[in-house]
Ligand binder design. Structure first.
Ligand SMILES: [Zn+2]
Length: 423
């Protein structure tokens, strides 16, 4: 209310001032706008007209400035709205890819990228729809086209490697991955894929380099360390004889528990005529724990006339691992094979009834047979046959439980090295 009264007072004072100014300056004055146009008006009127004209000009200028600001705000808002809509479309397209609706995802992606330049992520999304739709060739085409715009961008190369791998073009996949890894040397997903491809193509030396980088990034992962040992072991296999010996020795020093190397070194020594050194090496490996593959190896390298050596070793092992039925069976089998019937009987007699599987019963049958006790032998063989057909004690992978009848350096199921055990 007070403000309104104040405004009325100011307005009245202003009108009075203007009226007074016009009244005091009533003399006629000529004002020339152009050489031909001139006005003749009282000076007071002219002054007020000039003031009004100035105010109008200021008002128009202010209006123009505000208009420009409004225009800019409008266009910024419009772009924001467009970007928001675009992001929603891309998110929806990715959801469709996840849901397996590749055609719909593609058409949505096309719509989203119609009014703006394609980005790397768009190219990768497009390729993904083809790759998952079992059109790896088409995916590869999209990515190679994208390379023309974005060059050797690592994410693009990674997607390209996957597409190439799906088309079966391993060399192209390897080349793309090597380029991607050179830019992102610590990317686990890229390193792992490169490692897997190198393993598949038996490129062991390079695989070892990549695997050692993976181990550096995951120092506590035992399976990655096993794979590094495996790659080094396989690389040594493809080296020449001298280099192979050195590489295997180095591996033994770094990982004395790694069985494939011990077995290979023992075989090499035996082939070179030094079975005694091979025996020592294998015996040392047994000190850590008895292992089926080492015992297989010992049995195969020790000449029959030296079987007493192995018999003694078995008796020592059985004494220190009295509860291992598998070890007793193995020992009894070896002793029987070398005509040590009574020793074999001794080893088996101490075995618990639970351990009397088909193999133990068959061995007992053999023992009774060699003692000319036909009735007992017959009964043991009968029991062995009824207990089942699993005569062989298979090797079991300690990582994935896959089984093999003969010891293998590498498990074909899970890829781990030196993990088969039969004891
Ligand atoms: Zn396995």
């Amino acid at each position: 209310m007070l403000r309104r009264i104040a405004a009325i007072i100011v307005f009245v004072a202003l009108v009075a001032t203007v009226a007074l100014l016009v009244h005091w300056n009533a003399q006629e004055t000529s004002f020339r706008l152009t050489p031909d146009i001139a006005f003749t008006l009282p000076l007071g009127i002219l002054m007020i007209a000039a003031a009004i004209a100035g105010a109008v000009v200021m008002f128009v200028l202010a209006l123009m400035r505000e208009g420009r600001h409004a225009l800019r705000d409008w266009s910024v808002n419009r772009e924001l709205r467009l970007a928001e809509r675009n992001a929603t479309q891309i998110t929806e397209a990715r959801s469709l890819i996840l849901a397996g609706e590749y055609k719909r995802a593609r058409s949505l992606l096309k719509k989203a990228t119609q009014k703006r330049a394609m980005e790397i992520s768009d190219v990768i999304d497009f390729a993904e729809t083809y790759l998952l739709d079992h059109s790896a060739i088409q995916a590869r085409k999209v990515l190679e086209e994208g390379q023309k715009d974005f060059g050797n961008e690592p994410l693009l190369l990674f997607a390209l490697a996957r597409a190439c791998r799906a088309t079966g073009d391993t060399p192209a996949a390897l080349s793309a991955l090597e380029r991607a890894v050179s830019v992102y040397p610590t990317s686990m997903s890229m390193l792992t894929m490169l490692r897997d491809l190198l393993f598949e193509t038996d490129s062991w030396t390079r695989a070892g380099e990549i695997q050692s980088r993976i181990v550096e990034l995951n120092p506590d992962d035992a399976s990655e360390q096993n794979w590094l040992l495996g790659a080094r072991y396989e690389a040594s296999n493809s080296a020449d004889e001298a280099a192979r010996g050195t590489a295997l020795k180095e591996l033994t020093n770094d990982a004395p528990e790694f069985l494939p190397v011990t077995i290979d070194r023992a075989r090499m020594l035996t082939e070179a005529g030094d079975w005694r050194r091979a025996y020592k090496l294998l015996e040392k490996a047994l000190r850590r724990r008895p292992r089926g593959a080492v015992l297989d190896s010992i049995e195969s390298i020790v000449p029959p006339e030296e079987s007493v050596r192995v018999a003694r070793l078995y008796s020592k092992l059985v004494a220190s691992h009295p509860d291992s039925s598998a070890l007793r069976l193995r020992a009894a089998h070896y002793l029987m094979e070398h005509g040590r019937v009574e020793e074999a009987a001794g080893v088996l007699s101490a075995m618990s009834e639970n351990g009397h599987g088909p193999r133990a019963l068959a061995l007992l049958g053999e023992i009774h047979d060699s003692r000319d006790d036909t009735a007992l032998a017959h009964s043991s063989y009968q029991q062995a046959l009824s207990a089942g057909q699993h005569w062989a004690q298979p090797y079991v992978c300690e990582v994935c439980a896959a089984t093999e009848d003969v010891w293998q350096a590498r498990c074909h199921t899970c890829g781990a090295w030196g993990m088969f055990e039969s004891l």
